[in-house]
Every structure is written in C-alpha cells, then in structure tokens.
Design a protein around this ligand. Structure first.
Ligand code: HEC
Ligand code: HEC
Length: 306
C-alpha cells in the first residue's frame, strides 16, 4: 500500500516536473483539456446543488444507506479544496482516499474514477483551480449507523475495489478502447446502469444491464446490446445521438452533450461490443415478482462479489 503510494507520488512528481516551469494551473491548454474532462466526468451534476453555485457542493444524493451531500470542490481554501496538492487530488479521485488518510464513501464514484489516467486527473484539477473560489461549508451526510463509519469502508474496499488505471484491451481497436475509457472510468456509466449488491457494489456480472432501483429510486435501462431488453436494435448513430438529446437529463445536459463526435461514437462502439445481457427492467410499482423470487434475488445480490 505504502509502496503504491510512493509510486503514485513519484509518477505525479515526474509528470509535473515534465511541465514547463511546473505551473500546471497557469497552462491554458491544460485547463481547457480539464474542462472537457470535467464535463465527461459529470462533476457538475453531482457537485452543484439546485440553485447553488456550480461545484460548491451541497447536492443531496439519496441512497439505500441514507442521504449524502456532495462537498465543495471549488478552490476555496477554507471550505473547498484550495489547499490540496496535485497528489492529494489524484489520490482522492483514483484511490478514494482523503488527504487525512480516511476513506471516501463510494457514492463518490471513485471505483470508476480509479481508471482515470494521472495526466487527466491533473488536468481536471487545473481546470477546477482556474474557477472562482466559492465559500460554502460542507454539509454533513445524513446516514445511519453502521454505514456512517468511514473506517468500515476499508473492508468494503478490500472486497470490491479494483484499482485502476484503465488498461486498453488488446482485442479491441482504438475507438472501442477510447469508448471503454470514457464509459468505465470518466463517464462512470456503470454507476447508474449496473445493478448493485446489498453492500452497494456494482455487480460485475451484470455490467450495464440496468436496474429497477437506480439513483433516487428510479429505474435505469439496460444498455447492453440485447435486442429485446437492451439496446441491441439501436445502431451507433442512434446511441451517439442520444448522448446529445436524450432523456438522461443531467448526464446529457452537464456532460455528454459537450463531448466531441468522435468520443460519442467511441462510446457507442464500446456499448455495441459488450456482451448482451437479458435483463428486463420493471419499475418497482409494476413488479409482480413473488416474495421467494425477491428473496432469491436479494441473496444473489448479497453473495455476488463479481
Ligand atoms: C455521483 C455523484 C458524484 C459525481 C459524478 C462526482 N462526485 Fe465528487 N464526490 C461526491 C460525493 C458524495 C463526495 C463525498 C464522499 C464522502 O464524503 O465520502 C465527493 C467527493 C469528492 C472530492 C473530495 C472532496 C473533499 O472535500 O474531500 C473531490 C475532490 C471530488 N469529489 C471531485 C470530483 C470530480 C473531479 C468529479 C468529476 C470527475 C466528481 N467528483 C464527480 C459525489 C460525486
Ligand atoms: C446518473 C445516472 C446515470 C448515468 C451516470 C448514466 N446514465 Fe444513462 N440513463 C440513466 C437513466 C435514468 C436513463 C433513462 C432515461 C430517463 O428516463 O431519464 C438512461 C438512459 C440511457 C440510454 C437510453 C437507453 C434506453 O433504452 O432508452 C443510454 C444509451 C444511456 N443511458 C447511456 C449512458 C452512457 C453511455 C453513460 C455514460 C456516459 C450513461 N448512460 C450514464 C441514468 C444514467
């Protein structure tokens, strides 16, 4: 663990050392790239409260474990992340660890963001630090015992956290691999589109197969290429188009709408290359499953560590 941390430090030091004069935040290119990545990563939607200042936090995120409030990620030194080093930032995003060493809760989608490259993470920070600092104290999460115990997250991590960064698959071409990076890491599409087990971890065997109880208890569709229950009948243009005009309101408005055509096509190509999974999403109200069927599903969820 310690060794990995040292490597991360060394890697980032190298990266920053390689930048002329080391003035990452003052580089317009880096900031611009960071802005693109922040959009692709959907940071705005989670870190801005309705009617509040952008990225100043306070947005409520309801989960089966309670309500979390996103923190202020503007460069305010007192209430935001203004005092953070690049290393602090990359470690938070890619390892889910706070500067003081405590673990984040996985409502912060670091299990996906771990796939982000160090270069991209540093660009994201450069963009955030180019924005005005907003003074807005963080609001405490409203979650019950025992989920509120941060140190229990170490156990969760042991069971479910698979550290990045994203590695391209050899059998895929560059387009599909770019799509894979956008979907699995930055775009964290699986965080909504993959069902979770009872401890809130994504069920890998049901990757992107949709769920009846997504964020805010809303159903999220199956986006694997199964023709009946997924998006198997869609072609790549349909998918790319949806990422500009689709009904996934926040994801589109704050994020995917700003992507380049190439990146949207890459996402579509990646989705089409997935294994089709038959999974019909039934809203809870219309769910006619019997109690033993529900119990069975619950148990499967409980023991699915994959
Ligand atoms: C699904 C909602 C969601 C998305 C999307 C999201 N975050 Fe967060 N983020 C959170 C929550 C919730 C926390 C607090 C977690 C905790 O307290 O353990 C958090 C914590 C953080 C922190 C730590 C702040 C601190 O004060 O400790 C940083 C930095 C951060 N997020 C940056 C980002 C960036 C950059 C992006 C986009 C690439 C992003 N987040 C996208 C919900 C989100
Ligand atoms: C915050 C949760 C969330 C995230 C993150 C998310 N989606 Fe969605 N997505 C939804 C919901 C909810 C819908 C259903 C549309 C609606 O009614 O709003 C949806 C619909 C879709 C659809 C249409 C499927 C259909 O059958 O109508 C596609 C395709 C899709 N999402 C792809 C993506 C991709 C690609 C990403 C990552 C870049 C992504 N989604 C990230 C919640 C999410």
């Amino acid at each position: 663990m310690r060794q990995a941390g040292t490597w991360l430090h060394a890697g980032i030091a190298l990266l920053i050392g390689a930048m002329p004069a080391g003035l990452a935040a003052a580089q317009p290119d880096l900031v611009q790239r960071g802005e693109y990545l922040v959009r692709a990563g959907g940071c705005f939607s989670c870190h801005s409260a309705p009617g509040g200042q952008p990225l100043a936090g306070g947005r409520a995120l309801k989960t089966p474990f309670g309500t979390f409030y996103s923190p202020n990620i503007t460069p305010d030194r007192e209430t935001g992340i203004g005092n953070w080093s690049d290393v602090d930032f990359v470690r938070a995003l890619r390892k889910g660890v706070r500067p003081d060493g405590a673990n984040y809760f996985p409502v912060f989608p670091y299990p996906s963001f771990t796939g982000i490259s160090n270069e991209d993470a540093v660009a994201i920070k450069a963009y955030l630090f180019s924005l005005p600092a907003v003074h807005a104290p963080n609001r405490a999460h409203d979650i019950g015992f025992p989920f509120s115990w941060r140190f229990l997250q170490s156990g969760w991590k042991l069971l479910f956290f698979r550290k990045g960064p994203f590695r391209p698959h050899q059998e895929w071409n560059d387009t599909i691999n770019r799509g894979a990076y956008l979907v699995t890491a930055l775009g964290h599409c699986g965080e909504c589109h993959t069902p979770r087990n009872v401890l809130g971890a994504m069920r890998r065997s049901m990757w992107l197969a949709g769920t009846a109880d997504g964020p805010d208890d809303k159903p999220v569709p199956n986006i694997t290429p199964d023709p009946k229950t997924g998006i198997g009948e869609w072609d790549e243009d349909d998918i790319a188009e949806l990422l500009v005009t689709g009904a996934m309101k926040e994801v589109v408005a704050d994020g995917t709408k700003y992507l380049t055509d190439d990146d949207r096509k890459a996402i579509a190509a990646y989705l089409e290359a997935q294994r089709p999974i038959v999974n019909k999403i039934v809203p809870p109200r219309e769910d006619k499953r019997t109690w033993y069927r529900r119990l069975w599903d619950w148990l499967v969820g409980l023991f699915s560590f994959v």
